[in-house]
Design a protein around this ligand. Structure first.
Ligand code: NAD
Length: 257
């Protein structure tokens, strides 16, 4: 299966899941646009290396996904946007009375509203091209909740609502919109929490992973960025052209509980 000739824009893709998704799309032949809010030499070097590895055109475009205009500008500057992956996301954990308004606004903006703004800019381009795929990276928290994650859980539930509306508005065209809902995925962000937690609870790495991080993930294994990326490639395939408006869990059984 090849995505040759398609351009994929992946928000928040200079690390973690976004980068993993970009790599799998490039492996499948798509040209890719990487993004984050920074504009460092290493961001551009990352894109150049990815392009070289897979023989595709890979660019890095700086854009802050907390800003509506920047979201739209990212898609416009990409020149083409056949595949849009809304992945940028942040987390903040606090009880509701202590959850600052600034953190609430930032999470809602980056994790949810950005997907609306990029989709609004991308749909006219997809319609012109006669083909398009929107993939929103939601979370197991689209269906379940955890205490202290009010903004994150609200945003992920919201993204799934937006996914359904986008699917309905494009249902008669060769455009689909779906959400991928990962459980815990092994990313540098998660990896970085392990040593501190080991020290805090005087536990082995194995115990921290199984009993704390993966407490709610029945498989007791992390999902990988390659698995989320592979699911994205599947959603862009011809086989998936009648899959729209739905959510696919990659969560080791978390939401089956
Ligand atoms: P990460 O921190 O490695 O990646 C987040 C990406 O978003 C980074 O590239 C970061 O630079 C970018 N980003 C942050 N703020 C931005 C902004 N204002 N503008 C543009 N880019 C910005 O984290 P991750 O674990 O790879 O998470 C990626 C997505 O996957 C998020 O939406 C997250 O909610 C979701 N997710 C992650 C997990 C997990 O276990 N890691 C599980 C479920 C869902």
């Amino acid at each position: 299966m090849t995505l040759q000739g398609k351009t994929a824009v992946i928000t928040g893709s200079n690390s973690g899941i976004g980068l993993g998704v970009a790599r799998e799309l490039a492996r499948a032949g798509a040209d890719v646009v990487l993004n984050s809010f920074t504009d460092r030499d290493e961001d551009h070097a990352l894109a150049a290396a990815l392009g070289e590895e897979f023989g595709v055109t890979a660019r890095y475009i700086q854009a802050d996904m907390s800003k509506a205009d920047a979201c739209r500008a990212l898609v416009e500057k990409s020149g083409a946007c056949d595949i849009l992956v809304n992945n940028a996301g942040i987390q903040h954990v606090a009880p509701i009375p202590e959850f600052s308004a600034e953190k609430w606004d930032a999470i809602i903006a980056i994790n949810m509203s950005s997907a609306f703004h990029t989709t609004a800019a991308a749909l006219p381009m997809m319609r012109k091209a006669g083909w398009g795929r929107v993939v929103n990276i939601a979370s197991a928290h689209r269906l379940t909740a955890s205490p202290f994650k009010s903004a994150y859980v609200a945003a992920k539930h919201g993204v799934v609502g937006l996914t359904k509306v986008t699917a309905l508005e494009t249902a008669r065209e060769d455009i689909t919109c779906n959400a991928i809902c990962p459980g815990y995925v092994a990313t540098p962000l998660i990896e970085a929490q392990i040593p501190d937690t080991m020290a805090k609870y005087n536990m082995s790495r194995e115990d921290v992973v199984e009993k704390i991080l993966l407490e709610r993930q029945p498989s007791k294994q992390f999902a990988s960025v390659e698995q989320v990326g592979g699911t994205t490639v599947f959603l862009c395939s011809e086989t998936a052209s009648q899959i729209t408006g739905t959510s696919i869990s990659v969560d080791g059984g978390w939401t089956a509980l």
